[in-house]
Design a protein around this ligand. Structure first.
Ligand code: G4P
Length: 528
């Protein structure tokens, strides 16, 4: 098959949600449709369980299992679907943010009872940075949830995106009757059935016709007609271009656990979601259809089991064709690497592959050459952009407990942070500060430093809430800021200065007092 055809049939995306909204359940239903798994529960077993939050080794064990489901590829109706899984556990949020830099679109799951939650907002912020196209699935319609119009308003307000319902629910909770598809104009009647796919579709291009009463009890018919009038009046028609530009999110209502509304959304998704397209490198824009291989590493998974000390780098193909046992240029190190055992994940199986195409994710066995953001090409000096670090939320100073092992500590910290486990900041030349999104990472770091590098350390909590990358707008004022704020300034791994904010209030004051300093929420900014 030609490169163009391989690209056109691919859809690479992530399903994201606040924990418990139904991401795992929806993923599983997609895999069932694709025939990639046979029984419900197969993905669920791999989910990091909530009960294990205090025991990081247990979580790592589960993460080891779940790495097999990190990318779930399968064929459906002539399409090749790659779902990039994102860990639901809050402490791995940074993993999730980075995975979002490797997808072409996302499906966002929202619980109809809870509406927009904290993690939903954060994930959307990351999507907005790259104008990633978003489809919203409002889940759990079989429960007594919030008023759908109110939910749509909340989505627009909190997620800062225009929405356009493509299906409309007929009641909800105990009296949920189904949805009316505003796009294809048919009724889909609800049956609470977790074992089969709902196929109760009735064509109904005019919901004013009496035909509606045959299927839906009278009171609900009037409500539906009223709602549809309102929706059609308030919301502009759905425009695919706006969706592709990340400015408009189509909304579907359903119930993942009951298989309801899922297939409808999947099919619309396949029709409208973008295939792999161009990607920005520092040097130029790279088109997916270019014949030369290019791609980047967005995630590294290290095995904590001392008997299997290996690392898998997740490589996203951006252009051309990836081939096994072929030399590629590692542009940061300026050296050639080849991979004898590249793998791809088909549902819960890991397979050796001969080649891969744009949109695919390849697991590369790595012994320390690769770090997050690294680019591989057929020789051209390219560096892909858009794999930034995000501000951590918890900060601790590293205290060396064994002065004879400072070299090991240094090396360990350097390597672990290259894997993306945490961020390392250096202050005044030697004070080391670790920043993470979750407490769990500190246990992992302490454990790994001791077991893999023979170094021992403690952590002293610091009161910062955020790290912001800073660049000068006015050089003189910038220098003055660096000097005055020196106790709260450090350098990141690339030696870019960052400012630690102790509170939002302090940050606002700094911003007001120093208009000549630009504060960036992520490490990726065009240097002034
Ligand atoms: P997550 O990955 O986003 O964290 O959510 P997950 O799919 O694990 O779903 C969280 C809970 O919500 C699960 O219940 C799941 O069964 C339930 N759920 C998912 N979709 C629906 C839906 O459409 N309606 C209703 N009523 N519930 C739904 P649990 O009790 O935590 O797990 P389980 O014991 O049922 O597996």
């Amino acid at each position: 098959m030609s490169l163009e055809k391989e690209i056109a049939k691919r859809r690479t995306f992530a399903i994201i949600s606040h924990p418990d909204a139904g991401k795992t359940t929806l993923t599983e239903k997609f895999l069932l449709f694709g025939g990639a798994i046979q029984t419900a529960g197969a993905v669920k077993q791999n989910k990091i369980r909530k009960t294990a939050t205090s025991d990081f080794m247990e979580i790592e064990k589960q993460r080891g299992i779940s790495v097999a489901t990190s990318v779930m590829g399968f064929e459906y109706n002539g399409y090749r679907i790659n779902i990039l899984d994102t860990p639901g556990h809050k402490d791995f949020a940074e993993d999730t943010y980075r995975t979002l830099t490797a997808v072409d679109s996302v499906i966002l799951v929202v619980d109809c009872v809870k509406g927009v939650e904290e993690q939903t907002e954060k994930l959307m912020e990351v999507c907005r940075m790259r104008n990633t196209p978003v489809i919203i699935f409002i889940n759990k319609m079989d429960r007594e949830g919030r008023n759908p119009l109110e939910l749509l308003d909340e989505l627009e307000e909190k997620l800062q995106i225009n929405v356009r319902p493509l299906t409309w629910p007929i009641s909800q909770g105990k009296t949920f009757k189904g949805v009316y598809n505003l796009y294809t104009q048919h009724l889909n009647l609800f049956e609470a059935d977790q074992t089969r796919i709902s196929d109760n579709y009735i064509e109904l291009d005019d919901i004013r016709s009496e035909e509606l009463e045959r299927w839906v009890p009278g009171a609900f018919c009037d409500q539906l007609r009223e709602d549809v009038d309102l929706v059609e009046g308030v919301y502009d028609p759905f425009l695919k271009e706006e969706y592709l530009a990340g400015a408009l999110a189509p909304v579907f209502f359903g119930s993942a656990v009951n298989n309801f509304g899922v297939q409808e959304m999947l099919e619309t998704f396949l029709e409208i979601a973008p295939p792999p397209h161009e990607r920005e490198a520092t040097e130029r824009m790279v088109l997916a259809s270019e014949p030369s291989l290019s791609g980047f590493v967005f995630k590294i998974h290290a095995n904590l089991d001392p008997n299997h000390r290996d690392r898998t780098a997740f490589f996203k193909v951006c252009s051309g064709r990836f081939q096994r046992n072929t030399f590629y240029q590692h542009t940061r190190l300026g050296k050639k690497l080849r991979f004898a055992n590249p793998t791809q994940f088909m549902a819960n199986e890991k397979n050796l592959i001969e080649d891969a195409w744009p949109g695919d994710v390849v697991g590369l066995y790595d012994n320390g050459n690769l770090k997050i953001g690294d680019t591989l090409t057929e020789g051209e000096a390219l560096q892909f952009r858009g794999i930034p670090s995000f501000s951590p939320e918890i900060f601790k100073e590293v205290i060396n407990r064994d002065p004879f092992k400072s070299k090991q500590l240094e090396k360990g910290l350097q390597q672990l942070t290259e894997e993306g486990l945490a961020q390392l900041f250096i202050q005044h030349g030697n004070r080391k500060i670790i920043g993470t999104v979750g407490e769990l990472q500190f246990d992992v770091i302490r454990f790994r430093l001791e077991h893999e590098y023979g170094a021992k350390c403690d952590f002293t909590p610091l009161r910062y809430i955020k790290a912001l990358w800073i660049t000068p707008e006015d050089k003189k004022q910038f220098e003055e800021f660096l000097q005055r704020k020196s106790p709260t300034i450090a350098l990141d791994r690339e030696e870019h200065p960052v400012f630690f904010a102790e509170s939002q209030w302090m940050l606002n004051v700094a911003r007001e007092n120093y208009p000549g300093v630009i504060f960036h929420e992520t490490s990726e900014f065009k240097t002034a």
